[in-house]
Design a protein. Structure first.
Length: 484
């Protein structure tokens, strides 16, 4: 409401929505080709996703539309069973996302380390840049000076004024040059036929049977997970850029509802788009749902009413805008020699693993999954070395007592070799294991303590375990002697 009452803020939102709409058109067309569907499906999906998430989502100013990640997941299904089965999969994916939101999937974000986020952002920037390379190969030489001019505008204009988004100026200027100079260069119209009518409601024409469910289930589950992961990670990134908080649970079920709406309009589904979101938030300065809604509304208006005009936009203009997004999105600080020297090698390895897998597979879910897995393994390995066992002997002869002081967090990685830290042969008849500086986290530790006490028992040595905190004591009391 504050934005609607302020002409200056409203202008920013309106122009941002227009720029994003222009950037969405070639992307939606390209993703339609990847998925193997009619270009109209990709464009209508972008419209329904953007407009729906503007009302339902939990992250203002974030853009959702048809995406390459979802297109890659559903492409095999379209090839093997056709568009109707794809629509059924999108609808089921929407249901899964709503259910996952209700189960609290958004809370899992806390387990994604910062270096995975850095790798996620850097990988996205690289993928956005790589996606522009085909537009620069095998094209008329005039494309290159046009791209250079576009880059000069998007990087240079903000130094002079931010009254108008530099991305919009670049698109308008390059389109005017192309049209008035009658330059023969690739345009948006070359990407595919633009629709001339509105989308309509429909239900997928598939048999309602267990066989159909078996076909669409794995694809629906993959779309649900990939879409939620990309959306929640992008929401977290926008939180950092705007210094505001978003409702991740609402964003999760909002994505599910948006996919349901898109499916009922015959769309290919989608999720948050990092490139267009960065154009909206970072490049254009948008901060509210107004820009998201207008991006979808302008998209429909442009392709249905002004399709002939939009078709004239040179791809060089959009390539320049997307290169700008890639360069500004990349975390250059993360690869500075000073940063790499300061950062622990394990942290750098997590970031590089995330980037490498994401770029190699073109799948953000795979990259983030591997990054989290590498972080978990390295963390467990590091924490395991923090456990220390110190031995002291008090008293003499029959009254002698060996006291073992254990410090550190005891879990499967650190306690599996705990039994090897004791001098069973050399110890006197009395042994005390002091755990006041430790915490027992799992059954592996309880089993390890059982193994230690059993080894001493066989030698006739009395063992007392002391210093357990309340939680550790309850765990040991519940499981001690009951584990093989």
């Amino acid at each position: 409401m504050r934005t609607l009452r302020s002409p200056k803020l409203l202008k920013t939102e309106v122009l941002a929505g227009l720029v994003v709409a222009l950037a969405l058109i070639p992307e939606a067309l390209a993703f339609s080709v990847i998925a193997g569907v009619d270009p109209r499906i990709g464009l209508f999906s972008a419209f329904t996703m953007a407009v729906s998430i503007a009302f339902l989502g939990g992250r203002p100013a974030m853009i959702s539309a048809a995406t390459g990640a979802v297109a890659l997941v559903i492409a095999p299904l379209v090839a093997s069973h056709g568009v109707e089965y794809m629509i059924a999969a999108v609808l089921l994916a929407g249901v899964f996302q709503v259910l996952l939101a209700l189960l609290g999937v958004a809370k899992l974000l806390r387990f994604i380390p910062r270096q995975v986020m850095v790798g996620f952002v850097n990988a996205l920037a690289i993928l956005i840049f790589i996606a522009q390379v085909p537009e620069l190969l095998g094209v008329p030489w005039l494309v290159y000076p046009l791209v250079a001019l576009g880059l000069l505008i998007v990087f240079g204009l903000p130094r002079l004024t931010v009254a108008v988004p530099a991305s919009l100026v670049a698109i308008v200027v390059l389109t005017a040059i192309t049209v008035f100079a009658s330059l023969s260069v690739p345009t948006v119209g070359d990407k595919g036929e633009l629709p001339d009518s509105l989308p309509s409601l429909l239900l997928p024409d598939v048999p309602v049977s267990l066989d159909t469910l078996q076909v669409v289930f794995p694809y629906a589950l993959a779309v649900a997970f990939v879409g939620l992961l990309e959306s929640l990670m992008t929401a977290k990134l926008v939180d950092d850029v705007t210094d505001t908080r978003s409702n991740k649970t609402r964003e999760a079920w909002g994505q599910g509802a948006a996919n349901l709406i898109t499916g009922f309009f015959g769309g290919m589904g989608g999720c948050a788009m990092i490139g267009q979101t960065m154009i909206n938030v970072k490049g254009s300065g948008a901060r509210t749902r107004i820009s998201t809604f207008l991006a979808g509304a302008f998209l429909l208006l442009l392709v249905v009413v002004l399709g002939d005009v939009v078709a004239l936009i040179p791809m060089a203009a959009l390539v320049a805008v997307m290169i700008f997004v890639a360069v500004t999105s990349f975390d250059w600080h993360s690869i500075r020699p000073s940063t790499l020297k300061m950062m622990p090698k394990s942290e750098t390895a997590v970031m590089l693993a995330t980037v490498a897998v994401t770029v190699w597979t073109h799948n953000l879910a795979s990259g983030v999954g591997v990054g989290v897995l590498v972080a978990m393994v390295l963390f467990a390995r590091r924490v395991a070395h923090f456990v220390t066992v110190d031995r002291t002997v008090t008293g003499n002869d029959a009254d002698a007592t060996a006291v073992y002081t254990v410090n550190g967090e005891l879990f499967f990685a650190s306690s599996n070799d705990l039994y090897s830290q004791f001098e069973y042969v050399l110890d006197p008849a009395n042994v005390v294991i002091d755990l006041s500086g430790s915490h027992v986290w799992d059954a592996s530790t309880v089993a390890a303590l059982d193994a230690v006490t059993e080894k001493y028992r066989r030698r006739g040595t009395e063992v007392r375990i002391t210093g357990l905190n309340e939680a550790s004591g309850l765990m040991r009391e519940r499981m001690a002697g009951k584990l093989p």
